[in-house]
Design a protein around this ligand. Structure first.
Ligand code: SF4
Length: 384
């Protein structure tokens, strides 16, 4: 029984979208919501770009986008694609040749606006290259770069204009019998982006790539993205997300995952539940959580850990978590395992102890998963 059957108020009914592939990663059609980011190194600098891609992938990125503004970049793409641990999306504006080169270089997806790459013949050539090389396409509508005739018709960037732009681009692809595409309708204004995505979700069954563009720095952008993407995801809209921050791509990935984790849509790594602390705290909660976040960042197995300052909320939170620590006694606190009181632990040894417990629990979960996988593989053979 899933947690949403037990607690129906946590259930999110996801919009039904058709599935496309971005390389090996399925997008839409009920696939896990993938997390994307984008490199900001010069793409032609292959080692620097690959280092950023690897760091993002290590943080959990499922897909990474790189800009390919010139021939030097598309030339570098081949080596990047070959070495990258995750599928690569090539970001293209205006130059249809770059799109063709990127497809030939092995990009898993082209982010392009078919309407801004020129004549119908050029669009056809790009689509042919995408089809020949197994590339999907993202139609990337942006409130800041809407077509002039739409701005004239609608007066300003508004949800209707953005959806119309998306539908016009969809038609260009569908007229060429190309259906492996996803769409984004991004804006830096949360209301505008959310309204555009809501309307688009009604107008097409294509998978949607969510983003609040130019959202700002780490703090501002995180809040805007959590509100914008969070409200859409909560309503079941969205198949892949990118949090845009003026910050390290790794931060974008972390924030993306935190949004999905908060909504119970993806689980990765240790979910730390901690109190804000107050005069009742039996140990330094804030410093402890800061250290634990760093020391547990390498754990990918989903599990929950509660770090609570005192018995007011500690035992209750520990009930819901795999591992818990509650402050209380003079210089020591109580460790909880699977919601039950287990043993006392001195505050000054507690961080090392919790790290050991989490690592052991993660190893136990992974071993059980591996055993289940082996059993699943062996079952059909046993039946033969
Ligand atoms: S759990 Fe205890 S220490 Fe933490 S904020 Fe609440 S009362 Fe304060």
């Amino acid at each position: 029984m899933s947690h949403t059957q037990v607690r129906p108020w946590r259930h999110i009914e996801r919009r039904r979208s058709r599935r496309i592939m971005v390389g090996s990663v399925p997008v839409g059609g009920g696939a896990p919501i993938s997390v994307q980011t984008m490199t900001n190194t010069p793409t032609a600098d292959v080692p620097a770009t690959l280092a950023q891609i690897r760091a993002a992938a290590e943080a959990g990125a499922d897909i990474v986008r790189v800009s390919t503004p010139d021939e030097e970049s598309t030339a570098a793409l081949r080596a990047i694609v070959r070495e990258s641990p995750v599928p690569i999306v090539a970001d293209i504006h205006f130059h249809y040749r770059r799109a063709i080169e990127a497809a030939e270089a092995g990009a898993a997806c082209l982010r392009i606006n078919p309407g801004n790459i020129g004549s119908a013949e050029r669009v056809r050539e790009v689509i042919r290259a995408a089809r020949d090389h197994g590339c999907s396409i993202r139609i990337g509508v942006n409130a800041g770069s809407l077509e002039r005739h739409l701005l004239e018709r609608y007066g300003e960037p508004c949800p209707e204009a953005m959806v119309q732009s998306a539908l016009d681009h969809i038609k260009l692809l569908e007229d060429n019998d190309f259906h492996e595409f996803k769409i984004s309708v991004k804006a830096s204004d949360v209301f505008l982006a959310a309204a555009a995505y809501q309307a688009l979700a009604e107008a097409t069954d294509a998978p949607l790539h969510l983003g609040i563009t130019e959202a700002g720095g780490l703090m501002t952008g995180t809040v805007k993205s959590a509100i914008g993407l969070g409200s859409l995801l909560w309503a079941g809209i969205g198949d892949t997300i990118r949090v845009s921050l003026s910050a390290d791509p790794v931060e974008e990935v972390r924030v993306g995952f935190e949004i999905l984790k908060a909504l119970g849509l993806r689980h990765r790594g240790v979910n730390i539940i901690s109190c804000p602390s107050c005069a009742r705290q039996g140990f330094d909660v804030i410093r402890t959580v800061e250290i634990l976040e760093k020391r547990l960042a390498h754990v990918r197995t989903p599990l929950t850990l509660s770090i609570i300052g005192c018995v007011v909320n500690g035992p209750g939170e520990a009930l819901m978590t795999d591992i818990g620590f509650t402050g209380g006694g003079a210089g020591h606190g109580m460790v909880y395992l699977a919601g039950r009181q287990s043993h006392r632990m001195d505050n000054d040894r507690m961080i090392d102890h919790i790290v050991e417990l989490v690592e052991a629990k993660a190893a136990e979960i992974e071993a059980a998963r591996a055993a289940a996988r082996v059993a699943a593989e062996e079952t059909p053979q046993a039946a033969e």
